[in-house]
Design a protein around this ligand. Structure first.
Ligand SMILES: Cc1cc2nc3c(=O)[nH]c(=O)nc-3n(C[C@H](O)[C@H](O)[C@H](O)COP(=O)(O)O)c2cc1C
Length: 432
């Protein structure tokens, strides 16, 4: 591990800047809250991108640092071995490609960072380098790349492979891949002879930034090694304050032991605040959202199947998960769910289970801002990645609650920026 200090100028943030959280929003280009009370007048119009362009403008109005567009190129079949539940629940599909949306967002905003997810297992490196350069040119230096390696074999089959490479090999390949992409961005011509990739070609159109802002979400040890080596920004979901602190410390230690500045990489934690005018109202809202009888129930079960590759349709909802159940998917998730259903049932165990986030944030803008402030004081920095609207689908109503309720409260406390500094997306991040 050596690369970092990346291309970004690394200034030492002032104390005021250090206090200000970096805020991002992670979103999928897919149906909005079409079957929820705040669906809007035409919940089918998500396909034309208009909702997401409005969203990007709203994020910029609230001085949010970046929008991150998710990508995965599969319709999962984990629940009930078919796509039926997936389409009913809309956890990952139907979905459009984020790249054209990123290009459109670049034309309707001026300062917002625009991070697109692209998989090192699915895009040829030169293609990726060129697409990111183009987005950086279109946005005048606001492009970022969320580097993922993909984890679904179905995704591999979409590009003619039978299966994906094994987890750690995906990261070895990704390491070489990013080195090669970096050469495409920075050299006039590239002569590259690696273990996985060879190239003898001219470079691509250089980005406005030396390279796009590199983002990553490595959770495993090899993922964290990769992230600490390359990423300017990490998005993560360790659960609870001690785990959040341990994760950030782990990244910073990796940077330091490679001789790099620990501030060369910033860590954001995924959150989905549930907001209302009183704490009691927010708690009642949360209880409704995650009720075992509510319309989010199936969606959350399908989502759990998708992240764990365990078919939860095989279990009786009103019984505990059998002790002898096994899986080739995420063993830790099956064990946790077994423990949670012991003496109750799968239905009951899902009742209190919200989104997969780092912190439970349920309250008024003031109490949630208190919690976020305390969390940053405890963990040491650097900010948060907002995600969805509770139950997993986004609405303008939810955006308003966060952008007109929570964010102004953070701004009043000097914890969120009230405008954008000068420079490119990367330069602005480096100054935070
Ligand atoms: C906030 C966040 C966003 C992610 N976005 C995507 C995505 O858009 N596409 C994807 O294939 N994987 C995505 N992932 C999965 C990560 O790339 C990674 O595989 C996961 O965090 C597990 O880490 P590991 O690969 O080190 O085991 C995301 C993860 C997190 C935490």
């Amino acid at each position: 591990m050596t690369p970092q200090p990346g291309f970004l100028p690394r200034s030492s943030p002032t104390d005021d800047a250090r206090r200000r959280m970096i805020l991002g929003w992670f979103v999928n280009y897919m149906p909005t809250a079409w079957n929820r009370p705040w669906a809007g007048s035409d919940p089918t119009s998500w396909t034309d991108g208009e909702f997401y362009l409005d969203m990007a403008r709203a994020l910029e109005r609230a001085s949010i640092d970046l929008v991150m567009l998710e990508d995965s190129s599969v319709v999962p079949e984990n629940f009930g071995s078919s796509m039926t539940a997936e389409f009913a629940a809309t956890t990952k599909s139907p979905k459009h490609d984020p790249l054209p949306l990123a290009a459109a967002i670049s034309q309707t905003t001026e300062r917002l960072g625009i991070v697109t997810t692209m998989s090192t297992s699915l895009y040829p490196p030169h293609r990726l380098a060129q697409l990111q350069s183009t987005l950086d040119q279109l946005s005048d230096g606001r492009a970022g790349w969320n580097i993922v390696t993909s984890f679904e074999n179905l995704a591999a089959q979409n590009v003619g492979l039978d299966t994906l490479w094994e987890h750690d090999e995906r990261y070895s390949r990704a390491d070489e891949y990013v080195r090669l992409a970096d050469e495409f961005w920075t050299k006039d011509s590239v002569s590259f002879n690696g273990s996985y990739y060879q190239a003898e070609v001219p470079g691509t159109l250089p980005p406005v930034q030396r390279r796009p802002v590199l983002c990553q979400a490595g959770g495993s040890s090899s993922g964290m090694d990769f992230a600490a080596k390359w990423a300017d920004l990490i998005v993560s979901v360790p659960t609870g304050l001690p785990a959040m602190k341990a994760y950030r410390d782990g990244i910073r230690q990796r940077l330091e032991s490679a001789g790099n500045a620990p501030d060369a990489c910033r860590v954001l934690y995924m959150i989905t605040p549930i907001l209302a005018e009183t704490v009691a109202d927010a708690e009642a809202k949360e209880a409704r959202m995650y009720s075992p009888d509510g319309d989010n129930f199936l969606r959350r079960l399908v989502q759990l199947s998708n992240v764990s590759e365990i078919d939860f349709a095989q279990y009786d909802l009103d019984q505990p998960i059998p002790e002898d159940a096994t899986t080739n998917g995420a063993q830790s998730i099956l064990d946790a769910m077994k423990a949670a259903t012991r003496g109750s049932s799968l239905r009951q165990a899902m009742a209190g289970k919200g989104e997969s986030t780092s912190l439970r944030l349920v309250g008024t803008p003031q109490t949630v801002a208190d919690q976020m402030e305390e969390a940053m004081d405890f963990v040491g920095g650097d900010g948060f990645l907002l995600f969805h609207g509770g139950g997993g689908l986004i609405s303008r109503h939810y955006l308003d609650e966060v952008l007109d309720g929570l964010v102004p409260e953070l701004q009043r406390r000097g914890l969120a920026q009230t405008g954008y500094g000068p420079g490119t997306f990367g330069e602005r991040l480096a100054a935070r």
